[in-house]
Every structure is written in C-alpha cells, then in structure tokens.
Design a protein around this ligand. Structure first.
Ligand SMILES: [Cu+2]
Length: 420
C-alpha cells in the first residue's frame, strides 16, 4: 500500500463556507474532519453509517460547512473501517486576519504527521482479526509525513528532513494519524515548547518529549540553536504501550538539518559527515512520564482566550469503557486470550454498525429497524481513536434532539448526500 501524503488544506475563519473534497481511489470511503465543531452541519461530519452512507467506489463528494470560533491544527481522515491508515491529511485553520498567535510569531510553520505503514491491505488485516477473534497483525513501520526513515531496512532515502536556519522559531504542527498507537516524539538536543493541543491554546510549557495519542494534535515551538551547530539531529517517534497485546515496537526517524551558513567554508562533503545525535525517549511503558505530561496540559485561559467551560451540569451520564472478550462460537477456534474473541464496549454494549446511516435513515423517515423511537436531530459518533478498539465495538452514538430555538434545529440533508 502506498500512503497518500495529505494535501494541505488551509481554512480561514468565519468567511464563506469552505469545502474539502475527497476522491476515493478504489474502495468505499468517506471522510471526517476530525475535531471540527459542525454547528448545524452535522451532515458534513463524515463517519460512515452514522451521519452519511459511504462514498461509493469511483465517486467523489464535497463537504460543505463553516468553521466558527476555531483555529489551530486538526486533520481529516477516512472514517470507515481501517481506510484512514492511508487516507488522511492536515487541516490547518489559521487565525482570523490580523489576529495574532498568543506566542512569538514563528519564522515558519511545518505540519508533521505521524502515520502507520502496513505491507499488506489493512482491510484484510482487520477482517481476519475480527474473524479469528485475535489481535490484528501490527504495522511494519511508522512514518513521518509518509516517510519511514533510516532506522528501517532500505528506507534511508525515504527520510523526512526538516531544514532550518539558526536562531529562528519554528511552529511544528504535530498530528498523530497512526491507527493504533500512542507515540513519544522528541528531537535530539532540542527543547519543544507546547502551545496548543487539539486546536486549543494551552499554557506553554517546555519538554524534551511529547506524548501524542492517535487522533490528537499538538503544536510545539522549536527554537533552533543560535549558531550553526556542525551536527544534525534525529527526530524520532516510537510507541508508548502498556497493554498485553502485540504492537509495532519500531522507531520512525526524521532529520533536523541546519542550513550551512553561506559565509563559512563547509563543503558539501563535510556536511555529510556531520555527527548525528539521537534523542532519548522514555521507556515503552513509562506511565509516570505519560501521567506527568498529561498533567501539564492546561488551557491558556487568558483574557483574550478564556476557558469558557460550562459551569452548570444539567444531566450526568455514567460510562464504563472496557476491553474484554466474547466466548468463541461452537465449532470454531478463536485466537483471542484463552481461545476467546477480543471485544470492547461502552456500558457493556459492543456497538454494531448499521447498514444505513443513523442520521439519514431517520431523517428520511425510514426508520423501520434502523432507528425506531425518536427523531434524532443530530447524531454524534463517540469512539476510541485506537482503531482496533473501535473495530471491537468501542463506539457509540449520541442522539441530540432538536431544541426550541431556530439555531437548535437540524437542516435537511444535502441533496447529493451519498446513498447506501
Ligand atoms: Cu478522527
């Protein structure tokens, strides 16, 4: 499989509605703009069989929605089965014109998107796992901007290189688009300043390593060394894993390279022999680091960017999220723990995908057997972003009824919404 490197889509805030267009190559597909608040545009949210039927083979579909009150790094990805393994890209919302970042203006902005590389078809991998009940085969490599880097066999020429100038500040927009793995990331001999997470500004803090879960984004400032360092620096990512299952225990590396100053006498040859430093990442199961890192994330909460969280709770919900097993069917042998089948659930229910989109089937009024009791005005898919857990059933749908106010109602679906 060949990863499709994401084309960069830039959105400006609060202007005319913008669209993005996903053209699937060979399989049924649909895509989600991960993290966009779809205000009265729930039909454009994307998850297959939740807010729409999949885009059929050879077809394209244009999503039409307006972004309001959001800016930062998000990403878009396919949202059916495991197709997002190759179909994803950055979605960058710039601040409104003349609105500054709440941090130093970067010299340059660079999206860095982590992916997961499989040598075989990911649809076959998950189909096999669901049949046998065992854990799916793990990926062969991780990638940075589609490139696995020199720590894998024969991949030296497929290395992401970030060329920088001394004494500048770079904004790295980190996105974890891997399917199943939380990742540590660091750059040798450099400190990162975290300034944003999931398109929300945070209280800046410095760290050598960041931890980023699949589906998350983190913006960091990288201040380069004041002088040409006569060295190059690996930037590496590898998983944080504490479970019992198997996982891809490999390391992806890119290289941070300083531009050779024009007033010095470094030849091209000598630049190739530069020492290459490697970052030290936490141990694979360093939960103490993970906890400390998560505890540092605080909203910026200043006058310009207040943390306006709801202070009054109208209704409390209680959820249990679990990873467990189902018994093996008779006359079958299963490859889950002790001959069982892996399963996951929310409130002890493993969600089974419907065959018609929940939102659509309802709105059209054909809810026989698909969705019966009420009129769901909006449907939001809540699921684990470790895709294997979602496949095992760790997913559910929220149904939001129409409110009394005009802006609390769902519009009719777009006329060209794909059909099941
Ligand atoms: Cu997502």
């Amino acid at each position: 499989m060949t990863p499709i490197s994401g084309s960069e889509v830039t959105y400006y805030l609060d202007k005319v509605p913008k669209c993005d267009k996903i053209v699937p190559q060979k399989e049924h597909c649909d895509s989600e703009r991960h993290g966009i608040r779809q205000l009265q545009s729930g039909w454009a949210d994307g998850p297959a069989y939740i807010t729409q039927c999949p885009i059929q083979t050879g077809q394209s579909y244009v999503y039409n929605y307006t972004i309001k009150g959001q800016r930062g790094t998000l990403f878009w990805h396919a949202h059916i089965s495991w197709l997002r393994s190759t179909l994803y890209g950055p979605l960058i919302i710039l601040p409104k014109k003349n609105v500054q970042y709440p941090f130093v203006k970067p010299h340059k902005e660079v999206p860095i998107i982590f992916g997961e590389w499989f040598n075989s078809d990911t649809e076959a991998i998950i189909a096999q796992a669901l049949q046998t009940g065992g854990g799916p085969n793990v990926s062969e490599a991780y990638t940075i901007n589609g490139l696995p880097g020199p720590l894998y066999n024969c991949s030296k020429k497929d290395t992401f290189k970030l060329k920088v100038k001394p004494g500048k500040t770079y904004l790295l927009r980190l996105i974890n688009a891997a399917l199943n793995d939380e990742l540590f990331f660091g750059i040798a001999n450099h400190t990162l300043k975290v300034v944003e997470a999931d398109a929300v500004y945070v209280k800046p803090f410095e760290t050598n390593t960041i931890l980023i879960a699949p589906g998350q984004t983190t913006n960091v400032l990288l201040k380069t060394k004041s002088h040409y360092p006569n060295a190059a620096f690996f930037m590496t990512a590898r998983p944080y894993a504490t479970g019992l299952g198997t996982f891809d225990n490999t390391t992806v590396a890119g290289i941070l390279e300083y531009e050779i100053p024009s007033n010095t006498h470094h030849s091209v040859a000598s630049s190739k022999k530069l020492p290459l430093f490697k970052p030290t990442l936490p141990a694979l199961n360093d939960t103490s680091f993970a906890t400390k890192f998560a505890n540092k994330l605080r909203s910026l909460d200043n006058v310009q960017f207040p943390a306006n969280v709801p202070q009054k709770v109208d209704k409390h919900f209680f959820f249990t999220v679990s990873l467990g097993t189902n018994p093996c069917q008779q006359n079958q042998t299963c490859q889950g723990p002790n001959g069982t089948m892996f399963a996951a659930s929310v409130n002890n229910v493993s969600f089974t995908m419907p065959t018609t989109a929940l939102l659509q089937s309802h709105f059209i009024g054909q809810s026989n057997g698909v969705y019966a009791p009420y009129f769901p005005s909006r449907v939001w898919f809540m699921h684990c972003h470790l895709e294997v857990h979602t496949s095992w059933g760790l997913k559910m749908a929220w149904i939001v009824l129409d409110g009394k106010l005009p802006n609390q109602k769902l519009f009719p679906p777009p006329a060209d919404l794909p059909k099941c």
